[in-house]
Design a protein. Structure first.
Length: 324
């Protein structure tokens, strides 16, 4: 699945940017980026419409790209899962919902839950011209930790939102989300040690609640990564001219690092687990070296030699995050 924004979303974002001074957006984007890197809640910086627009300009493409990768993996791991209802919890600009409608075009009902009026207003503005499920999205203005009775949904997505919640709040939120999930719960976090820690905590809670893991873990044992290592993945996405200006960047692309978890109800039929590539493959003279998370819950370093031509040809096509 392409990491590029769907053309209706890209055009809607371009229309929203018309007539807005780019210097103003760049300054707002810089404040938002500082808060994002410091782990501060978005509520402190997303106060008005231009704040939300600056955030969309700098973060929506990366959020969309990461969610596209994660949801495409969910579709691969559970090929008979065709959700009709979606709850986008902590929806922000609606990027995750857009990704979901690209993976499952037959989604019929979308619900956005967020506490930020600027985000919800921008999400609705960007959805004009998008899939009908997004144009008619239901809106719940509520905080993730105090949403009351959660609506049930086949698919629930929480992307880049758990960092704004205390650990106790995360635990209760994950438990409530799981109660409302009829199919698959997808969690996406920044690919940092802190994001990884939040995913590990959610993984523990969901396994205790009886969830089955679709990915990225090929096992339900304790995570074998220790010390300075942590599980994360990467997707490369293009930058528009406005995107580069807002970030003060020259490169026409950026690499978004993310970590994720896909938890499924036991009734969801999944493909058999396979070892997963958890680092960029390394090509050297003897062959290709792969770092794998195995079915036995252990990390394995495997080298596929050039002399084994069939295996080497397969290994050359593997990328970070793929399964064997």
């Amino acid at each position: 699945m392409s990491p590029e924004l769907p053309s209706p979303l890209r055009l809607a974002l371009d229309r929203a940017l018309e007539g807005v001074p780019r210097k103003n957006l760049a300054e707002r984007a810089a404040r938002t980026s500082q808060a994002y890197r410091a782990g501060r809640p978005s509520s402190g910086v997303i106060r008005v419409a231009d704040d939300a627009l600056a955030y969309a300009l700098t973060r929506l493409p990366a959020t969309y790209a990461a969610c596209s990768e994660v949801l495409a993996e969910a579709a691969r791991a559970a090929p008979d899962f065709f959700p009709k209802t979606l709850l986008d919890a902590g929806a922000g600009t609606g990027a995750a919902s857009w990704a979901a409608t690209q993976v499952w075009p037959d989604l019929s009902t979308v619900t956005w839950l967020d506490s930020s009026p600027p985000f919800l207003e921008l999400a609705a503005k960007l959805a004009v011209g998008g899939p009908p499920a997004l144009q008619d999205a239901d809106v719940i203005r509520a905080d993730l930790t105090g949403a009351g009775s959660w609506p049930t949904a086949d698919l629930i997505i929480v992307s880049y939102a758990m960092a704004e919640i205390s650990l106790d709040g995360q635990n209760s939120t994950i438990n409530e989300l799981w109660k409302s999930c009829d199919g698959v719960l997808a969690l996406v976090e920044p690919g940092t040690p802190a994001g990884y820690a939040r995913i590990l905590n959610a993984r523990r809670l969901l396994l205790e609640a009886g969830a089955a893991l679709l990915g990225p873990c090929p096992h339900a044992a304790a995570c074998p990564l220790i010390g300075d290592d942590w599980c994360h993945f990467s997707v490369r996405l293009p930058r528009s001219r406005d995107h580069r200006m807002a970030k003060g960047a020259d490169a026409p692309f950026e690499d978004e690092r993310f970590v994720y978890l896909l938890a499924a109800r036991p009734g969801i039929v999944a493909t058999p687990h396979q070892p997963r590539v958890i680092a960029p493959p390394r090509t050297a003279k003897p062959g290709i070296s792969l770092k794998l998370c195995g079915l036995n819950g252990q990390v394995e370093q495997r080298t596929v030699p050039k002399r084994d031509k069939p295996a080497y040809a397969l290994a050359r096509r593997l990328a970070w995050g793929d399964t064997l």
